[in-house]
Design a protein around this ligand. Structure first.
Ligand code: NDP
Length: 254
């Protein structure tokens, strides 16, 4: 079984930048129908011609705010309606609020959990119910992080949310397997995107890189192999798996 995605119907959340935009391009290159969802609909509309040129079977930009359950439901429904079904959910939208734990407000904590945990959960549940009710089966790729396993200074709420995504992946894998739904996760290391803009040029950023055994941050293409494996039939007997893609990140920061 190869990693071809021809004709697969994929929904990517947080598709307007960074990893989500990259996953969307990858799906397009491999011939998928791609629904790209995020709040910045203008950016998604701008992406459409590029994705079509890369080889997407079709592209559907959808405005989505994962803090809002109704928006999640409407997004999933629109993807299903447009493509006549759905095969893969890439549950990628995420934010970080940096700062010392003792200085973080309740609002900071709620904001991170609202997107990274509650938003990811509600989207997984919405797709899971669709696949249960249609008996179509499907596949979820949750985007956790190396910080779901290790800890790093000034990112406590983020790390907590990403650890939650790992347990969510395993818990849903267990419950949804009977509905022919697979649930796996990627746990990326450090990739330069809008979420950490400028950080890797700082001293703290350089120190972080020095603790990566492979001594560099990731290039977005480093995600391609693990992503395509999880998105395709090549992983049809895999569920509840968490793939680190982090250059062998073995130690945390002080
Ligand atoms: P970006 O900031 O570039 O992308 C985040 C994406 O999430 C954007 O497309 C943004 O779109 C979307 N998003 C944020 N809030 C919401 C919301 N309320 N509703 C819908 N979409 C939302 O960062 P990354 O690409 O780096 O992050 C993508 C995922 O990868 C995140 O889950 C992140 O935690 C994870 N990750 C990133 C790593 C890295 O080193 N970069 C490492 C490990 C994991 P918009 O603003 O248009 O809504």
């Amino acid at each position: 079984l190869g990693t071809d995605l021809s004709g697969k119907r994929v929904l990517v959340t947080g598709a307007s930048s960074g990893l989500g935009a990259h996953f969307s391009e990858l799906c397009a290159t491999h011939g998928a129908h791609v629904a790209i969802a995020a709040r910045r609909i203008d950016r998604l509309e701008e992406m459409r011609p590029r994705l079509m040129a890369l080889g997407a079977a079709s592209v559907c930009p959808i405005e989505l705010d994962v803090k809002d359950g109704a928006s999640i439901h409407a997004c999933r429904a629109k993807a299903v309606e447009t493509f006549g079904g759905l095969d893969v959910l890439v549950n990628n939208a995420g934010i970080a609020r940096e700062g010392a734990a003792l200085d973080q407000t309740a609002e900071d904590f709620d904001a991170v959990m609202g997107v990274n945990l509650r938003g990811v959960w509600l989207m997984a549940i919405s797709c899971g119910r669709h696949w249960r009710d249609t008996a179509d089966g499907g596949s979820i790729i949750n985007i956790s992080s190396v910080l779901g396993v290790r800890v790093s200074k000034d990112l406590a709420s983020y790390a907590i949310s990403k650890a939650g995504v790992i347990q969510m992946t395993k818990a849903l894998a267990l419950e949804l397997a009977r509905h022919n739904v697979r649930v796996n996760a990627l746990a990326p290391g450090y990739f330069e995107t809008e979420i950490n803009e400028g950080f890797f040029e700082t001293q703290a950023g350089q120190e972080m890189i020095s603790r990566v055994p492979m001594r560099r941050i990731g290039d977005l293409d480093d995600l391609n192999g693990p992503f395509l494996l999880l998105a395709s039939e090549a992983s049809r007997y895999m569920t509840g798996a968490v793939f680190p893609v982090d250059g062998g990140h073995l130690v945390s920061s002080l």
